[in-house]
Design a protein around this ligand. Structure first.
Ligand SMILES: Nc1nc2c(ncn2[C@@H]2O[C@H](COP(=O)(O)OP(=O)(O)OP(=O)(O)O)[C@@H](O)[C@H]2O)c(=O)[nH]1
Ligand SMILES: [Mg+2]
Ligand SMILES: [Zn+2]
Length: 306
C-alpha cells in the first residue's frame, strides 16, 4: 500500500493512506535509501510504501520510497556538507518575508529564489505583517515590488493579523502543494491559521517574541486545503544553503540573467570582468537591478565555501 508523508519527526511519521486515513509509521529496521545522502531519509511530501509491522496486526512500517518529483534542501546545521531535505513533491514554494520584526534581507530572499530555480519549484514572495508598515516599510515594499515584479515573481502583501491579502493568497494556493518557508517569527504558522481556521497551530505569543533565536514550529508538517492542495509549514530557516550549485550555473538561476546571457561575447562569461558582457550592460542601462547583480556577485564569491 502507498501513503503520503504528512509529518516527520525523524523517528516516527504521520502518513495519509490511500483511503484518506491518517496513520503513524516508523521506518523499517535498518532501511537505507540508495544514493541519498540526506540526514533525513524520509521527508514530508514523500510517497512511500507501507506494510504491517512483522507479526503484528497494528502498527505500520515504511518499506520503500517512491522517486521524488522534486525536493527542497537546506544545509544540515551540524554537518554542512550533508543535505537535509525539507519537503518533496512540491508545486510551489512561498517565502514568507517581513520588513520588520524580524527583517528579511534581500540577500536572503535572493538565495531562496536561487534555490527554488535550481530545484525547479516556482516561487512566490509574501511580505507579511503589512499592518506594521510605516513610511519606511511602505517604501521598501514598493522597492521589492519594483525589483522582483519585472523578474517575474509575484510579490504579495499580507497580514496574518488583519487578514489583508489572505483571499488572494488562498487563490494562489488552491489545488497545489505549497511549501511555506522563511525566517523564524515571520508569521508562517499565523498565516496558515488564517488560511485554515480551526487548525490552531502553535504560534509565538507576542509577549515572548524576542526577535531571535527561538523556533515555535519544530517539525515540517503538511495540511490539506479544503478545496484541494496542501500547505507545508516548516520551522524557520536562518539561511538557504546552495549546496549543489556550480559557478557556471549560477546565472541560470537569475531569470533576468538567463534570458540575456546568450548575448555575452564569451559563452563561458561569468559576468564579472569579461568584455562584451550583456549582463553588465543590462545593469548599466537599468534593465537588471543593481541589487540583484550585487547578490549574484556575492553569491558567486561564496559558492566555493558552501
Ligand atoms: N503585527 C503582526 N504580527 C504578526 C503577523 N503575523 C504573525 N505575527 C506575529 O509574529 C509572531 C511569530 O509568528 P509565527 O506564526 O509563530 O511565526 P513562524 O514564522 O511560524 O515562526 P517559526 O515557527 O519559529 O518558524 C507571533 O507573535 C505572531 O502573532 C502579522 O501579520 N502582523
Ligand atoms: Mg511556525
Ligand atoms: Zn556576461
Amino acid at each position: 500500500m502507498t501513503a503520503r508523508v504528512y509529518k516527520s519527526t525523524g523517528s516516527w511519521y504521520v502518513l495519509k493512506d490511500a483511503s484518506g486515513q491518517f496513520i503513524q509509521a516508523r521506518m523499517k529496521g535498518r532501511f537505507k535509501i540508495d544514493g541519498i545522502t540526506s540526514t533525513n531519509p524520509i521527508a514530508v511530501g514523500d510517497i512511500v510504501d507501507i506494510e504491517r509491522e512483522s507479526g503484528q496486526e497494528t502498527g505500520w512500517v515504511i518499506a520503500g520510497i517512491h522517486d521524488r518529483r522534486n525536493y527542497v534542501n537546506r544545509v544540515s546545521p551540524a554537518r554542512r556538507q550533508r543535505h537535509h531535505i525539507i519537503a518533496s513533491n512540491l508545486d510551489q514554494s512561498l517565502l514568507v518575508a517581513t520588513l520588520r520584526d524580524p527583517r528579511t534581507s534581500m540577500g536572503f530572499l535572493d538565495r531562496f529564489l536561487i534555490a527554488c530555480e535550481a530545484y525547479h519549484v516556482p516561487a512566490i514572495i509574501a511580505i507579511n505583517k503589512s499592518d506594521l508598515f510605516g513610511e519606511t516599510e511602505e517604501a521598501m515594499f514598493r522597492h521589492w515590488c519594483d525589483v522582483y515584479g519585472p523578474v517575474g515573481y509575484v510579490v504579495l502583501r499580507v497580514s496574518g493579523t488583519t487578514g489583508e491579502g489572505i483571499d488572494t493568497l488562498r487563490g494562489m494556493l488552491a489545488g497545489r502543494t505549497t511549501l511555506f518557508s522563511g525566517h523564524s517569527g515571520v508569521g508562517k504558522s499565523t498565516l496558515i491559521n488564517q488560511l485554515l481556521p480551526g487548525l490552531e497551530l502553535r504560534t509565538k505569543e507576542v509577549s515572548d517574541w524576542s526577535g531571535k533565536g527561538m523556533h515555535t514550529t519544530t517539525f515540517a508538517e503538511m495540511f490539506d486545503l479544503p478545496d484541494g492542495g496542501a500547505i507545508i509549514d516548516t520551522p524557520g530557516v536562518r539561511e538557504f544553503g546552495l549546496v549543489d550549485i556550480e559557478e557556471e550555473e549560477l546565472a541560470h538561476y537569475f531569470p533576468e540573467m538567463r534570458v540575456r546571457m546568450d548575448d555575452c561575447q564569451f559563452n563561458n562569461c561569468k559576468h564579472i570582468n569579461e568584455p562584451g558582457c550583456a549582463i553588465k550592460q543590462a545593469v548599466v542601462s537599468g534593465d537588471i537591478s543593481e541589487e540583484r547583480y550585487i547578490s549574484y556577485c556575492t553569491i558567486l564569491d561564496g559558492l566555493n565555501e558552501e
